[in-house]
Design a protein around this ligand. Structure first.
Ligand code: AMP
Length: 263
């Protein structure tokens, strides 16, 4: 299965990707993770990407596309993949479409994660990563407790750090960039009949169930979508006005919420 997860920073794409990896046995490809690894490794790619990442802007398309081309050529993606954080603008979406056509591996689904703007900021502010095993936690919603309390690499409690681009100023810029550049992909994929929209708020397990239902994988049956919600154009009708007041995937504070999973 070949899936794209679309959604604003903090909408839970990474958390849900990890669950899909376990469930479907296909790899997650996160351009953010690949770029952070390049920065940490001090590579030429990392050096060229760092300034944009620190400022909350998008890294140059050519760099990101080169990275994706290389990743999609690896053997482990033959059975499918989960793209998380890519594509991020129309040029990337078009390039991906061409690349997958060449590889004869078209996408099966694109899932848009909808979350209120205020909730996005709250989630991002609580996000922490273990410096040793790189596992991502959220101090508010999924702290390192129980079986996850100790780092599998060190055997000691996780050494948690906040991502440098999770500070307030950069988060505001990342959400603005999402609105301006990534939001148009909702219509791009809707026009291709690939778009599914899920309410990505609530318990992590609930969101996983909605996601599995949206991609047609086995999960506990979720409440059926209301008739008026399952028709085409649902997301456009209920789409929120986030930062710029345009429609898309981040609901404004107090925005109306409905649970559903629809095309
Ligand atoms: P993420 O972890 O997906 O939030 O990505 C962190 C940062 O990496 C973003 O704010 C961008 O600077 C950069 N980045 C990640 N994915 C992309 C992409 N597809 N295109 C351009 N820049 C990206």
């Amino acid at each position: 299965m070949r899936i794209v997860l679309l959604g604003a920073p903090g909408s839970g794409k990474g958390t849900q990707s990890e669950r899909l990896v376990k469930r479907l046995g296909i790899p997650q490809i996160s351009t953010g993770d690949l770029l952070r690894a390049a920065v940490a490794g001090g590579t030429e790619l990392g050096r060229r990407a760092k300034a944009a990442m620190d400022g909350g802007r998008l890294v140059d398309d050519a760099l990101v596309l080169g990275m994706i081309r290389e990743r999609l050529a690896a053997a482990d993606v033959r059975r499918g993949f989960i793209l998380d954080g890519f594509p991020r603008n129309l040029a990337q979406a078009e390039a991906l479409e061409r690349l997958l056509e060449t590889l004869r591996q078209p996408l099966d689904a694109v899932v848009q994660f909808e979350v209120d703007y205020g909730e996005l900021v709250r989630r991002i502010s609580g996000r922490r990563t273990c410096q040793d095993c790189c596992q991502v936690f959220n101090l508010l919603t999924s702290p390192p407790t129980g079986a996850d309390a100790l780092c599998p690499k060190t055997g000691a409690p996780h050494r948690l750090m906040q991502r440098p681009d999770d500070n307030e100023a950069t988060v505001t810029e990342r959400l603005r960039v999402y609105d301006a550049k990534t939001r148009p992909l909702i219509e791009f994929y809707r026009a291709r009949g690939l778009l599914r929209v899920i309410d990505a708020e609530g318990e992590v397990d609930e969101v996983t169930q909605r996601l599995l239902q949206a991609i047609g994988s086995r999960g506990k049956p979720a409440a059926p979508a209301k008739a008026h919600e399952s028709a085409r154009g649902t997301a456009a009708r209920r789409a929120p006005r986030a930062l710029t007041g345009k429609r898309g995937g981040a609901r404004p504070p107090g925005g109306k919420r409905r649970s559903r999973s629809s095309r």
